[in-house]
Write a protein that binds this ligand. Structure first.
Ligand SMILES: Nc1nc2c(ncn2[C@@H]2O[C@H](COP(=O)(O)OP(=O)(O)OP(=O)(O)O)[C@@H](O)[C@H]2O)c(=O)[nH]1
Ligand SMILES: [Mg+2]
Ligand SMILES: [Zn+2]
Length: 299
């Protein structure tokens, strides 16, 4: 039998099959050797053997096309946690206010999405707090870089229908800073999901989000969504400094004109990036984001 893993909790995987939901464990062969990362995750297609009506064993995990991962530090080393296997897109939810957007962090998430080869969709939420014009002044710049952008308010439902449309038929991961409204938006998109919404004050306090399970929620019109608790972008960070410029679309298109192939775009003569910044063709804030990421300043 074949199925899609839609929930994972402490070694138990709920698999959606033609014949209903089957709760599986992994066959023993997967448990040998050191564990350096998740073997199976929501979004994986698996082959399984049924034990009875409701339970089974996973025999095989089909090759993944892509995945969205975070590196979790453990005492015994780094652990690769798979947030979702085979995602079609990642919704980067930022709020226009409360909390105010930090564009350096959005830039960081965009780089991560590029690196993980998952199409980003920027969601500018809480436009009820600032109005659409201010929201456009804040975020509009990103459409010019070629990114998809949706303005929303989970409170007034502004843009919720369009966002629902953008999710239909796809597997989408929701991420972004805590309190931006990810869970609220998902509840607005599909009333009945009943995802936990936190008060901002609670959301920004430290020491929570120990999500012990991960679940993909089916959308009525097709597709799935995965909610995450406000992750620190840094937890997703696994990028070689020399490769960084390749994940900025507007840098990527000019670096080949730098005089030196190993140009860091900081001080080198004949740097095409610096020239483009000086001509106003590359946004100085984005260049600033590049420098911060390249030289390791925390966001
Ligand atoms: N005014 C306004 N408030 C919103 C909107 N969306 C969410 N909120 C509020 O913002 C707070 C945080 O919302 P959540 O949906 O819990 O945010 P989250 O991104 O899921 O946060 P984490 O789960 O902590 O990462 C709650 O108090 C929501 O009621 C919106 O569009 N407008
Ligand atoms: Mg949430
Ligand atoms: Zn350069």
């Amino acid at each position: 039998m074949r199925g899609l893993v839609i929930r994972s909790q402490s070694g138990f995987y709920t698999v959606k099959t033609d014949q209903g939901l089957i709760v599986c464990q992994l066959r023993g062969k997967f448990k040998q050797g050191p564990r350096t990362g998740d073997m199976v995750a929501v979004g994986d297609y698996v082959k399984l053997t049924r034990i009875d009506d409701e339970t089974g064993v996973i025999d095989e995990i089909e090759p993944r096309e892509r995945m969205f991962v975070r590196k979790a530090p453990l005492p015994q080393g780094e652990y690769q946690q798979i947030l979702v296997a085979n995602p079609d897109q990642v919704a980067l939810v930022f709020s226009c206010a409360e909390p105010a957007p930090r564009f350096g962090m959005l830039d960081r998430y965009l780089v991560i999405a590029e690196e993980q080869k998952v199409t980003p969709l920027i969601v500018a939420n809480k436009i009820d707090l600032v109005g659409i014009e201010i929201a456009q002044e804040m975020f509009g710049f990103y459409t010019g870089l070629g990114y998809d952008l949706q303005y929303t308010s989970a409170k007034t439902d502004y843009g919720v229908a369009q966002l629902r449309e953008a999710l239909t038929g796809k597997v989408s991961l929701f991420t972004g800073p805590s309190g931006a409204g990810k869970s609220s938006l998902l509840n607005a998109i599909q009333p009945g999901l009943g995802l936990e919404v936190r008060r901002v004050s609670q959301a920004t306090s430290k020491g929570r989000h120990t999500t012990v399970y991960r679940e993909m929620f089916p959308l009525e019109k097709g597709g799935y969504v995965v909610d995450t608790p406000g992750l620190k972008a840094l937890a997703l960070w696994d990028i070689e400094p020399e490769e960084l410029d390749g994940y900025f679309p507007e840098l990527r298109s000019v670096v080949e004109n730098c005089q030196f192939s190993d140009c860091t775009h900081v001080h080198e003569p004949g740097c095409a990036v610096i020239a483009a910044v000086e001509r106003g063709e590359i946004n100085p804030n984005r260049y600033e984001s590049y420098l911060r990421m390249r030289f390791g300043e925390a966001e």
